[in-house]
Design a protein around this ligand. Structure first.
Ligand code: HSE
Length: 316
């Protein structure tokens, strides 16, 4: 039997919502898991890049054995029903740029889990899949929207269970993703964060997340502008993303720009704006990053309201 799953990219954090807010985007990975018939063949992992930019380096460094994150996810699911995975061929067709802050690893975890769950006859319900995916990824803000779609607020509770709620995104607010031509592994982007933060910074962010939810419900762009501000992760990650501060400064006074944040752990940048100033935004980001010798792939995207979908289940 062979199962394919299409999983969307995600952008996490939205500034203040560190490790909490995430949204699915219409860029996809397709993960296929096939039970191979030959005993003793073990686990085979193949990665095929379908991105426009040169992802070969990142792809070459993806482990093709049991140390791959997808295997960990699949193994946890099998173990949860007292089994172990064996003789599996896993193919990852990757359109989501790797290590760019667009949820590539989350999509692989989610795709592996959902495909394995189908292969096993669906022993895990949504809650179990959310918990396993979050445990493997380490935080829920990418894996949850990758599974359920849309914009979500997420929380991993002490018992490992996941709480999430979908939030509305105003149609008239544009999302422009600016993807630079270099990678940052999430582990590196997390290693620069402090273990403890000043209480004033924690309260700053909790006020902003409350504003974020209200700004969405009332479509209040002025409030959203404040809501996107962050003191918990972006200040520490600035040094990993040269030009980020300049881009924020250069866009600050642009008409219709609501805000500019790191997408997930970076290095991609998400610009949120109103109305049709997209060309202007693109040229400002492009020109600013050019000063740092960074080339950019800039795309304006809609929210993907669907989460991961099973594409085919063929029985051999
Ligand atoms: N919330 C996560 C982070 C998203 O900022 O590290 C990246 O995977």
């Amino acid at each position: 039997m062979k199962i394919s799953v299409k999983v969307p990219a995600t952008t996490a954090n939205f500034g203040s919502g560190f490790d909490c807010l995430g949204m699915a985007l219409p860029i996809y990975n397709i993960i296929t898991i096939e039970e191979t018939v030959l005993p003793g063949t073990g686990i085979e992992i193949n990665v095929i890049s379908e991105t426009d930019d040169d992802d070969d380096f990142a792809i070459e460094h993806i482990p093709k054995d049991e140390t791959n994150i997808i295997y960990k996810a699949v193994e946890m699911l099998y173990n949860s029903i007292g089994q172990s995975p064996s003789e599996l061929r896993i193919n990852i067709k990757s359109q989501i740029p790797i290590a760019k802050g667009l949820g590539s690893s989350a999509s692989i975890i989610v795709g592996g889990l959902l495909a394995a769950n189908e292969l096993l006859g669906k022993p895990a319900d949504e809650a179990a899949l959310l918990s396993i995916a979050t445990e493997v990824e380490g935080h829920p803000d990418n894996v949850v929207p990758a599974i359920v779609g849309g914009l979500v607020m997420t929380s991993q509770e002490h018992d490992g269970s996941i709480i999430y709620r979908k939030l509305p995104w105003p149609e008239e607010w544009h999302l422009t993703i600016c993807i630079p031509n270099y990678e940052i592994a999430t582990e590196i982007a997390r290693s620069v964060l402090p273990k403890e933060v000043p209480l004033a910074d924690a309260t700053f962010n909790s006020r902003r997340v409350a504003m974020f939810v209200e700004a969405l419900h009332t479509k209040d762009a002025g409030l959203m502008k404040l809501a996107l501000q962050d003191r918990l992760h972006q200040p520490y990650r600035m040094k990993l993303v040269p030009g980020l501060q300049d881009i924020i400064d250069n866009l600050k006074h642009e008409e219709n720009v609501i805000g500019c944040v790191l997408s997930g752990a970076g290095p991609s940048i998400l610009v949120i704006s109103q109305k049709n100033n997209l060309d202007r935004i693109k040229s400002i980001v492009n020109d600013t990053w050019e000063n740092y010798n960074v080339k950019t792939d800039i795309r304006t995207l809609k929210v993907e309201s669907n989460g991961a979908q099973i594409l085919e289940a063929s029985y051999l």
